[in-house]
Design a protein around this ligand. Structure first.
Ligand SMILES: NC(=O)c1ccc[n+]([C@@H]2O[C@H](COP(=O)([O-])OP(=O)(O)OC[C@H]3O[C@@H](n4cnc5c(N)ncnc54)[C@H](O)[C@@H]3O)[C@@H](O)[C@H]2O)c1
Ligand SMILES: [Zn+2]
Length: 333
């Protein structure tokens, strides 16, 4: 399956095909140097498969986890490229989850004022969400994604077979973004989570989820309006992430609990709860509401006495709404 995504930097293709990792040279121009950026947790066999298809490649294997989205690691990648004489016509490949994708994409966007970038996402979250839309970034201290750019990939190669090695917990938490895509824009996709075994429907779930993300980012590439609906569940979700210091819960888990808090429609809430439980994901936590509220206020979407949130009152329809800080507090409690 090939999905075209239009952007101001040109149209790129998402190749969604089981086994495509063995075939990437069919989709990429490898008559040049290739820098592969991956992390220690991504099984080595995937790196070997990519390397075996390149003529000339180098690799940087960073530590796993959010700490690799740092200035230090970014600088290290750039120096490796300079030391190995990469020029403007060469290529950067991200092989890994959202951490590697965001880091490698930012490296590609700035090296010699920008060079080609191919993303090979290997987690559910990165296949569904972070590899599409061109947002690339690193963190400064605790300020997540505070330095970044919009840099569209030349290709996104999604091989669902690589998900076989992902831990059950990462696999499931990443799917929360697909549940979110269903809630904001695609009722059929939401229903797929309710029917039978989720893994049996995974090909269709990821395909439909990609179509939602494509549609939204094509209509609003730079997040001037519509793209904000992708933040559904994230205002309170990010506050949970800050509260727990990115330790006890993963991003998707926090977004799931954030969606549970923000939903007002009891029927939708009950349906979401069943899906989260089916995926062994948390539906609530023991965070102090007052502290969570404080963290939510630090969220960048706050302006004085109100905050913009995303509401879903009917599955498939999302609306941006300004609510008072008092209303936000009531939602959190
Ligand atoms: N750019 C965007 O639009 C966007 C959107 C959402 C999230 N993000 C970013 O994505 C990041 C989170 O991404 P993530 O959830 O993919 O986490 P991650 O990149 O940390 O990957 C999770 C873990 O899985 C391991 N792993 C990756 N692929 C594997 C595989 N196939 N088999 C076994 N293990 C594997 C990794 O080593 C890592 O330890 C965050 O930094 C977030 O800010 C970016
Ligand atoms: Zn998210």
């Amino acid at each position: 399956m090939i999905i075209d995504v239009n952007s101001s930097q040109g149209t790129y293709q998402i190749i969604l095909k089981r086994g495509s990792l063995n075939d990437i040279k069919k989709y990429c121009d490898f008559n040049r140097k290739v820098m592969i950026i991956t992390d220690e947790g991504v099984p080595k066999k995937y790196l070997e498969t990519v390397k075996s298809q390149c003529k000339l490649s180098n690799e940087v294997i960073v530590k796993q986890g959010e700490s690799s989205k740092s200035i230090k690691t970014y600088e290290y990648c750039l120096k490796e490229m300079l030391n190995n004489n990469f020029n403007r016509n060469d290529l950067v490949i991200a092989l890994g989850g959202g951490v590697v994708g965001d880091l490698a994409g930012f490296v590609a966007s700035t090296y010699m004022r920008g060079i080609d970038f191919v993303n090979i996402p290997t987690t559910t979250l990165s296949q569904i969400d972070s590899s599409i839309g061109g947002k690339v970034a690193i963190n400064i201290n605790d300020y997540k994604n505070s330095v970044g750019s919009f840099w569209q990939p030349k290709k996104v190669i999604i091989d669902l077979n690589v998900l076989d090695t992902l831990s059950e917990r990462h696999y499931n938490e990443g799917l929360v973004e697909a549940i979110k895509h269903g809630l904001i824009r695609d009722p059929k996709s939401f229903e797929l989570f309710e029917q039978g075994n989720i893994k049996d429907n995974i090909d269709e779930i990821i395909y439909r989820s990609l179509l939602v993300k494509k549609d939204v980012v094509e209509k609003d590439e730079k997040e001037m309006g519509l793209r904000k609906i992708l933040n559904f569940g994230h205002t309170i979700g990010h506050a949970y992430e800050s509260y727990y210091g990115l330790k006890d819960y993963y991003h998707g888990e926090c977004v799931g609990m954030g969606m549970m808090k923000i939903l007002k429609n009891e029927d939708i809430k009950e349906r979401l709860k069943k899906i989260l439980l089916k995926l062994n994901l948390p539906i609530e936590n023991d965070a102090s509401p007052d502290k969570v509220y404080e963290y939510a206020l630090k969220d960048k979407k706050t302006n004085k006495n109100s905050i913009t949130i995303v509401e879903v009152n009917e599955i498939g329809k999302a609306e941006l709404k300004d609510i008072s800080l008092e209303e936000l507090k009531e939602l959190i409690i």
